[in-house]
Write a protein that binds this ligand. Structure first.
Ligand code: ADP
Ligand code: MG
Length: 343
């Protein structure tokens, strides 16, 4: 199954207090899909904490134990895109029918269902059918189900039927174990004090921890030198400097300009050209979502517009995302870029 990546296993998913409940529930689900009370199993947690890894591990383990089961892993974005394709071709029933034949359905990042009303209707039908037939659902989300905005209440109430388990930032000991496992898998070695130094200082999420390790390895081979504490300190100085950077309105403005190929000064002026207006609205929407600035401050960064303009822009973007799938894709892509830049 191409959607499942065999590198994600339970074996490689280090257990700690941060993930014990979710990991064990995942194992149970893989052993007895559809037959435990963990249905759906909802795994939630912040970025880089292992949601995709664990969801994929459940899929791989199910397949290993029960090769005849039909397991499907899909991101919610892909689900929505597929739905919209079928909808354009008047083939919604085929779409729903396809999904109703699955034994174990894994949908990653359901927060992106936000406002995709028609896709949610389809998912509702699929969910009901699978659940009633004793099939297993596994969902991941970046926040607990109760905080999912723009997802229909009838879906949220079903998400609460099973078990919601969170993933938290691994503690120091678990971070050491994760680093050691990665190194062992890749046949690498480095001094214990360096492992400790990384585990101690890189403490936001696991993806960042892996990033630090990769930077360090790259630097050591560039410099043709052994990894020691001194090199680790130098690498981490740069790493931390670029990685924990607070995202600013200016950063988002520049990213949007680059993405749409719009000149920076045009974005700030009162140009009424449609593409520029749209780029400006998206920028305000992203600034609202990704920075802690007030509406007033955001408006001021666009040549002194007032907060009602910002509110209007955010609403326009939300509405367009609902009705225009190309527009929606652009915004989602930008969202991902900003998210990465904020890591
Ligand atoms: P998310 O989907 O929550 O953003 P991912 O599943 O993509 O996070 O995890 C980010 C990286 O961290 C992946 O490379 C994953 O293998 C690794 N990772 C996360 N948690 C663990 C863990 N407990 N043990 C080992 N690796 C982990
Ligand atoms: Mg993920």
């Amino acid at each position: 199954d191409p959607q499942l990546n065999p590198i994600y296993t339970f074996e490689n998913f280090i257990e700690g207090d941060c993930n014990r409940v979710a990991r064990r529930a995942g194992k149970t689900v893989a052993e007895k899909p559809g037959a435990s009370s963990f249905n759906p199993l909802v795994i939630y947690g912040g970025v880089g904490l292992g949601k995709t890894h664990l969801a994929q591990a459940i899929g791989n383990e199910t397949k290993r134990l029960q090769p005849n089961k039909v397991v499907l892993y899909v991101s919610s974005e892909k689900f929505i895109n597929q739905f919209q394709d079928h909808s354009r071709n008047n083939a919604i029933n085929d779409f729903i029918h396809f999904y109703q034949l699955i034994d174990v359905l894994i949908i990653d990042d359901v927060q992106f269902f936000n406002r995709a009303e028609k896709s949610q209707d389809a998912f509702f039908a699929i969910f009901n059918h699978l659940h009633q037939s004793g099939k297993q659902l596994i969902l991941t989300s970046d926040k607990p189900p109760k905080d999912l905005e723009g997802v229909q209440e009838r879906l949220l109430s079903r998400f609460r039927w099973g078990l919601s388990a969170d993933l938290q930032v691994p503690d120091y000991e678990t971070r050491i174990e994760i680093l050691e496992r990665k190194m062992k898998n890749d046949g690498l070695e480095m001094p214990r004090e360096v492992v400790k130094y990384l585990a101690y200082n890189v403490n936001n999420n696991v993806r960042e921890l892996e990033g630090a390790l990769i930077s360090l390895l790259a630097q050591s081979s560039l410099n043709k030198r052994e990894i020691d504490l001194d090199l680790a300190k130098r690498v981490l100085r740069n790493f931390v400097k670029t990685s924990s950077k607070e995202i600013t309105i200016e950063t988002i403005q520049k990213m949007v300009c680059e993405y749409f190929d719009v000149p920076y000064d045009k974005l700030l002026q009162k140009t009424r050209k449609r593409e520029i207006v749209q780029a400006r609205q998206i920028t305000m929407y992203l600034a609202k979502a990704f920075t802690k600035n007030s509406l007033k401050t955001i408006g001021e960064h666009f040549g002194g517009r007032d907060h009602t303009t910002v509110i209007h822009s955010c609403q326009t973007v939300k509405d367009l995302m609902d009705t225009d799938s190309t527009f929606r894709e652009s915004v989602m892509e930008l969202q991902q870029k900003v998210q990465l830049a904020a890591m």
